[in-house]
Design a protein around this ligand. Structure first.
Ligand code: ADP
Ligand code: MG
Length: 485
């Protein structure tokens, strides 16, 4: 699309994110909540809603919802009741879903993301409520029939509804990324979009810049990765602008993303689908939450990515890039936190974590939780460098690999293999003499005025010393020695 046409429009995006909770059992029954079990094996009479059965609230789901609400600075509702959302679908055995309609557990709140210029932007949270998942209709296994797996029916969900605050597909990408990071830190959802434990519906509209109200929104479903959320929005924006440019109406509808073709396809008109006949769930008592319960949960909150990010950038002076990288993954951040207990050199510690350690993890397909070197040993290694005892190169190339294999301390390894940096003048003098001996031609050129050769001589010196010469000392001595020639 022509950029000048594109630039005439504002894009408005609001997201609805569904997170399957990592509870052992389902929301209202003690059926096992696990992904990938043999189809229709975790299905009790309660999940099927047989007459005479009664749902029982899973307490863990309330705790998980409050954790998420607290970390988004939402208000936690004290008095709630559950609602029935009625609709007929083959994968909904009860004929209704138990949800929270009028009294969501978390009201308001915010998530901070980066906008397209890398600046921080607040995205409002409208509400977060608890509900149950439906079963799964499988269309692509049998040629003639749709198969239904009810293992997922009754799995507890958190639905996070954002305000229509996002203005580009990459802001939406960043929002889902932040939500996924958050639920993983809180250990309330595994955040796996491929397996559908985190799902996102994107509401998208366009309007001419300066218009008084938003355009008609379209809801897009079925994106199984964050990248696809972005792609689906990109497609939708262009489709809608083209319609408006042709003076045609954008239909208010639900569309499905086709990941093979990178397009969205109309599923159903919104108006027809909206008659859910909500009414209070008669089989569950109202839910009352006390300040004491909220305080107890608040006291056991894990560290949050945002808190750590602010600490790293504001207090430790790390770059935005380093802080984002470290806090991206909770286990990495926790390792860094341990490292900080043993060293004051945060910048160098971050370099080791993002450099040597990450490379080792990537090359060996290992998670940081299985990384063999404990943080205190990495800190000890950093100390050896800081004290000038070993060079960074020796530490990375010689000591680090041995720390992985053995239980010895960095100091013991350096002693055993005689890896200490040479900073004594006599030793370095001897190296310099050797360099002069080995490179008579270059020495002549240096004497004739080619001072740039100093870099070459330094390289030779490091080589002759087996990487052990203290580079700073060596550089100074080398210069004065050469200039005396
Ligand atoms: P509905 O009643 O259709 O469910 P809601 O007002 O509950 O609509 O909003 C659902 C989602 O759509 C929210 O995430 C909200 O931010 C988003 N949304 C609302 N209006 C628009 C719009 N004009 N363009 C894009 N997103 C919107
Ligand atoms: Mg709604």
């Amino acid at each position: 699309m022509n950029q000048s046409i594109r630039d005439k429009y504002d894009v408005i995006i609001g997201l609805e994110v569904h997170a399957q909770m990592l509870t052992k059992s389902k929301a209202y029954s003690n059926d096992c909540n696990e992904f990938g079990a043999t189809p229709n094996t975790n299905v009790s009479a309660i999940t099927l809603g047989h007459p005479g059965t009664l749902p029982v609230m899973n307490k863990k789901t309330i705790e998980f919802a409050i954790r998420l609400g607290l970390s988004c600075q939402s208000d936690i509702a004290r008095n709630q009741y559950f609602a029935r959302k009625n609709y007929f679908y083959p994968d909904l055995p009860k004929g209704y879903q138990i949800t929270q309609d009028k009294t969501p557990i978390c009201v308001g709140g915010q998530v901070i993301i980066k906008d397209d210029n890398g600046k921080e932007k607040i995205i409002g949270i409208t509400r977060i409520h608890m509900e149950e998942d439906a079963g799964k209709s499988i269309h692509d296994v049998d040629v003639y029939d749709t198969l239904v797996d009810l293992n997922r029916a009754g799995v507890p969900l958190l639905e996070i509804v954002s305000e229509p605050d996002m203005r580009s597909s990459s802001e939406a990408y960043n929002f889902v990324t932040e939500i996924r990071k958050l639920v993983r830190y809180l250990e309330i959802c595994d955040g796996n979009m491929e397996e559908g434990s985190l799902r996102c519906d994107a509401n998208v509209s366009v309007n001419l810049k300066g218009a008084k109200s938003f355009g008609t929104k379209v809801e897009v479903k079925n994106m199984n990765s964050i990248k696809n959320v972005q792609k689906a929005i990109d497609f939708e924006v262009i489709r809608q602008i083209e319609l408006v440019e042709k003076q045609e109406n954008v239909r208010q509808e639900t569309r499905s993303f086709d990941a093979l073709k990178n397009i969205t396809i109309a599923m159903r008109a919104k108006e027809a689908a909206n008659d859910y006949r909500y009414f209070p769930e008669p089989d569950l008592p109202p839910l009352v939450i006390s300040q004491k319960e909220i305080d107890a949960i608040s006291a056991t909150m894990p560290p949050l990515p945002r808190t750590l990010y602010l600490k790293y950038t504001n207090e430790l002076g790390l770059t935005d890039y380093d802080a984002m990288n470290i806090t991206d993954n909770k286990a990495i951040a926790l390792y860094f936190e341990e490292l900080l207990k043993h060293t004051k050199n945060a910048k160098v510690a971050a370099n080791w974590l993002m450099g040597e350690i990450k490379s080792y993890l990537n090359e060996n397909g290992v998670e940081i939780t299985d990384f063999p070197i404990s943080p205190d040993k990495i800190a000890a290694l950093i100390q050896l460098i800081d004290e000038g005892k070993v060079s960074t190169t020796i530490a990375a190339q010689r000591i680090f690999p041995l720390l992985i294999e053995s239980n010895k301390s960095p100091l013991a390894i350096a002693e055993d293999l005689n890896l200490f940096q040479d900073s004594g003048e006599d030793v370095i003098d001897a190296y310099i003499t050797k360099v002069i001996e080995l490179n008579p031609n270059e020495i002549e050129r240096y004497k004739a005025g080619d001072k740039q050769l100093i870099g070459f001589f330094m390289g030779q010196l490091m080589k002759v010393s087996g990487g052990k010469a203290d580079p700073k000392k060596a550089n100074g001595l080398l210069r004065s020695k050469l200039d005396l020639l």
